[in-house]
Design a protein around this ligand. Structure first.
Ligand code: RFL
Ligand code: PHB
Length: 391
């Protein structure tokens, strides 16, 4: 049996950042993670970090490589009806910006920092079960060698993503789930090619949405709206490039093509669980909520949640006050619902809906005209995209 102050389930952005912030505050934690370290460090997911996330990483000593290798973007393009319209993020938000730096790079940096500081991270654990979360919490599990283990803790932080075991440990009658499933998914690719654009392009086309992002000077990340039930096997390289070229065409623009070395399809949904607490269990990140990726908010929300939670835990362990913990769910949910609205808004404005009428199509274009021509509307987009201040 191991004892710790905070038992953290999941070594994603939420769990690792929480463990890191707690360590800086002198609070002990143990992380239980079901996947091997290698798998975590290789899974391709998010790419856009808000200014807040970047600032927090830099201020807490895990931003060195990010500052060196991340790409700071001061704007992005909305592209529709064959034309690009730039949203000048920095001009509209007093100099704030976003940074393109892959999620698995953030995870590598956090894992290294935690291990360098002597952290106890158990990778590859199985059969994780939460016990007595309302009184004196314990977590049982089997370690990577199949040996039974037990972790006794004062607090459990459920940071185990959308399909983890923490959220279900809140009794169904104590929580309320809010869910919206979109009738489309995103087909994501990684390609060996130079960047086609200095900044991200969010394109609306009658054939559907497309997004041009980047990873490095030689690797590009792109997405296009697809049927969530489609299979990557149905898409040859030629077919993918033709679709992407069509959806981003206009003003002589051509994507630079290259070998596609990764393809995947992700479903799209909006989800919130309220409250994010039961007894001594607190859930954070994707364990508590999901946003469609169109607003680039998921990872950033996970970091914002654990920022609030770490402050509350600091008051709890250092001053013996549980006021912060009692307020955690309500505080986090304010930002979460703001991000839910923004992610839904970006998604509805840019995607093709099968049942849309010609009226809906015109209204969608009018909305894009508005956010690219009215300074106040563009500012609303920019403020939400770079992220509202933490805390
Ligand atoms: P994670 O990253 O899912 O980590 C949870 C961890 O818990 C482990 N786990 C367990 N461990 C122990 N026991 C169990 N029973 C367990 N069950 C699960 C898992 O193995 C995993 O390691 O959740 P976290 O930390 O809350 O972080 C959330 C983010 O990963 C997610 O919101 C983002 O990736 C979303 N997202 C984006 N977010 C952004 O901020 N900016 C973006 O540009 C962005 N783009 C994206 C995205 C997500 C995408 N996909 C794949 C859904 C683009 C895509 C395509
Ligand atoms: C990415 O680069 O993976 C990315 C960028 C912007 C998004 C989502 C994903 O909105």
């Amino acid at each position: 049996m191991t004892r710790t102050q905070v038992g953290i389930i999941g070594a994603g952005p939420a769990g690792l950042m929480l463990s890191h912030l707690l360590h800086l505050a002198g609070i002990d934690s143990v992380i239980l993670e079901s996947r091997p370290r290698k798998a975590i460090e290789e899974t391709i997911r998010a790419g856009v970090l808000e200014q807040n996330t970047v600032d927090l990483m830099v201020e807490t000593g895990v931003g060195e490589r990010l500052k060196r290798e991340g790409f700071v973007h001061h704007g992005f393009d909305f592209r529709f009806e064959g034309h690009s319209h730039r949203i000048d993020l920095s001009a509209l938000t007093n100099g704030r910006a976003i940074t393109v730096y892959a999620q698995h790079e953030v995870l590598k940096d956090l894992i290294q920092a935690r291990l360098d500081a002597g952290a106890d991270i158990r990778f590859g654990v199985g059969d994780v079960v939460l016990h007595d979360v309302a009184s004196s919490p314990r977590i049982t599990f089997t370690d990577a060698d199949g040996k039974a283990g037990e972790l006794a803790c004062e607090i459990i932080a459920g940071c185990d993503g959308s399909y983890g075991v923490s959220r279900p440990a809140i009794p169904a009658e104590m929580r309320r789930d809010f869910l919206r499933i979109y009738p489309f998914g995103w087909f994501g690719i990684l390609a060996e090619a130079p960047p086609s654009s200095h900044e991200l392009i969010y394109a609306r086309h009658d054939r559907g949405f497309a997004l041009i992002s980047t990873r490095s000077a030689d690797v590009q990340r792109m997405y296009f709206q697809c049927d969530p039930a489609d299979s990557v096997e149905n898409w040859s390289e030629d077919r993918i490039w033709e679709e992407l070229q069509t959806r981003t065409e206009g003003e002589g623009f051509r994507l630079k093509e290259g070998r596609i070395f990764q393809k995947n399809i992700v479903p799209m949904r909006s989800f919130v669980c309220e409250p994010m607490q039961y007894g001594r269990l607190f859930i954070a990140g994707d364990a508590a909520h999901t946003v469609p990726p169109t607003g680039a908010k998921g990872l950033n929300l996970a970091v914002a949640d654990v920022f609030v939670l770490s402050r509350a835990l600091e008051r709890f362990f250092k001053a013996g006050s549980d006021e912060g913990l009692q307020a955690y769910s309500a505080t986090a949910l304010k930002r979460i619902w703001r991000a839910q609205h923004f992610s839904w808004w970006m998604t509805s404005m840019l995607h093709r809906f099968e049942d849309a009428t010609e009226f809906d199509r015109r209204r969608q274009l009018a909305e894009l005209e508005l956010v690219t021509s009215s300074e106040s509307a563009a500012r609303t987009i920019a403020e939400n995209y770079v992220g509202l201040p933490l805390g």
